[in-house]
Design a protein around this ligand. Structure first.
Ligand SMILES: Cc1ncc(COP(=O)(O)O)c(C=O)c1O
Ligand SMILES: Nc1c(O)cccc1C(=O)C[C@H](N)C(=O)O
Length: 420
């Protein structure tokens, strides 16, 4: 126990938390398990099982193919809900579609086609692997140069590094608004402005930002964005992703996968591809209706909370992790591996420890705290403001301290890194 941070103070924070009652809107199957992995897979909203069961039974089972006139618009309808409640985009700028990886490919290729003569793509060297791999593939196929911008493992990309790399040969900049490893939050407006000044497009990966921080795509002048819906948006494992294209760009950009859901007069089944002039040209094929439908109950909770209140609580949960790590874990070799300034951090916090892999496993196996490990030596803790309590953070950090103090992680095999 610590005098400086007694547990009852965290209980008081929960008692005063305006979002506290929303925790009941999620399935908490095991009350002893502390779940700090909302930044990888968010919890199941309590309304989702019945919502999906109804759709399966009455929609698929009852309406059969007659359901399609309703379902066919859901990618756009739910896209608009994401735009309004999470992304700060205008109507008709966001659509649910494919996976984040596929959407990133579609929009990156479209942007490169729209920047003929420019030969450079910029990416954060520490960005999530799929982003880097996709761009490596695109650069190789087109004979372009992919420049990886050096970025600090704990602090993320420095704006000065980006500015120094921007010139009129840059076609495209791809960055995560919130870094998957350290949680660093970039200044979208500053990046968009710097890129626009040299005529480059910016494609944002919002996977760790959507549902955790107000993104404000329209207000920051963003061109393009993609992101997943299974983390802070609670869409479930394998939930479909979203993409955003600024309205003014939609008619100008042509995506590389020419599917019939982008086709003008789709059901005329005409001989040649002739894409619609709007956002729908970025769709490809039949949308995953059941997967998309899971987003509705999840977005109901987010809408009720309001993204600004989610952000405010996320910031305070993060500050609690940082304060407890400093006070309790420093003697055991932990350091905070995320920006300390909450304005520069999304909702998750990483801790550095040379034994992070074994500690992460010990936390789950011995102490019933689910966070995750990210190479090379980071323990990531991702509280989700819609359902994580302040006391959960206290208990998780207390259990972590106990593992560190007793060195009980030494009993856990390091083994190869596996899923999560
Ligand atoms: C920043 C980022 N981009 C992309 C992805 C994944 O993309 P996909 O859903 O296509 O697997 C993740 C996590 O899985 C991620 O953290
Ligand atoms: N998408 C994932 C998956 O299919 C399996 C395991 C983990 C994931 C993730 O989402 C990882 C996530 N991008 C992260 O940064 O933790």
């Amino acid at each position: 126990m610590s005098d400086e941070f007694p547990r009852y103070l965290f209980k008081e924070l929960d008692a005063a938390d305006p979002l506290a009652e929303l925790r009941d809107r999620f399935v908490i199957a095991d009350h002893d398990l502390i779940y700090l992995d909302g930044n990888s897979l968010g919890r199941l909203p309590a309304a989702t099982p019945d919502h999906l069961a109804r759709l399966v039974r009455d929609g698929w089972g009852g309406q059969l193919v007659r359901g399609w006139p309703t379902w066919i618009d859901w990618a756009r309808r739910i896209g608009d809900r994401l735009a309004a409640h999470a992304l700060g985009a205008r109507p008709d700028e966001v659509v649910v579609s494919d996976s984040t990886s596929v959407n990133l490919y579609k929009l990156a290729a479209a942007a490169l086609d729209a920047a003929p003569g420019r030969r450079t793509i910029l990416v954060d060297a520490e960005d999530f692997p799929t982003d880097r791999y996709l761009l490596q593939g695109l650069a190789e196929a087109r004979g372009l140069t992919l420049r990886t911008l050096p970025s600090d493992l704990d602090q993320g990309l420095d704006l000065a590094t980006l500015r120094a790399a921007l010139d009129d040969d840059v076609a495209l900049v791809v960055l995560s608004a919130v870094s998957y490893r350290c949680g660093a939050l970039l200044d979208l407006a500053a990046v968009n402005e710097a890129a626009r000044a040299v005529g480059a497009y910016v494609l944002w990966d919002l996977s760790h930002a959507a549902g955790s921080v107000p993104v404000e795509l329209a207000a920051t002048g963003a061109d393009l964005a993609v992101g997943c819906t299974y983390k802070y948006l609670n869409g479930g494992p394998g939930a479909p992703a979203f993409l955003y294209v600024r309205r003014e760009l939609q008619e100008r950009l042509r995506q590389p996968i020419w599917g019939w859901f982008g086709q003008r007069d789709q059901f005329a089944m005409g001989p040649d591809y002739d894409p619609v002039p709007d956002l729908d040209r970025f769709q490809v094929g039949t949308p995953p209706v059941l997967g998309m439908a899971a987003l509705d109950p999840a977005l109901d909770v987010l809408a009720e909370a309001g993204i600004d209140r989610v952000r405010e609580k996320g910031r305070r949960l993060g500050e609690a992790i940082v304060s407890l790590a400093d006070a309790w874990l420093t003697p055991y070799g932990f350091t905070v591996a995320s920006p300390r300034d909450p304005d520069r951090r999304g909702s998750h916090v990483s801790l550095h420890h040379p034994e992070a892999l074994r500690i992460s496993r010990a936390l789950a196996e011995q102490a019933r705290v689910v966070g995750d490990y990210r190479a090379p030596d980071r323990l990531r803790l991702g509280p989700a403001p819609l359902y994580t309590r302040f006391v959960d953070v206290w208990d998780a950090m207390d259990r972590l301290r106990d593992i560190a103090e007793r060195r009980s992680y030494e009993r856990v095999p390091a083994g190869p890194t596996r899923v999560t």
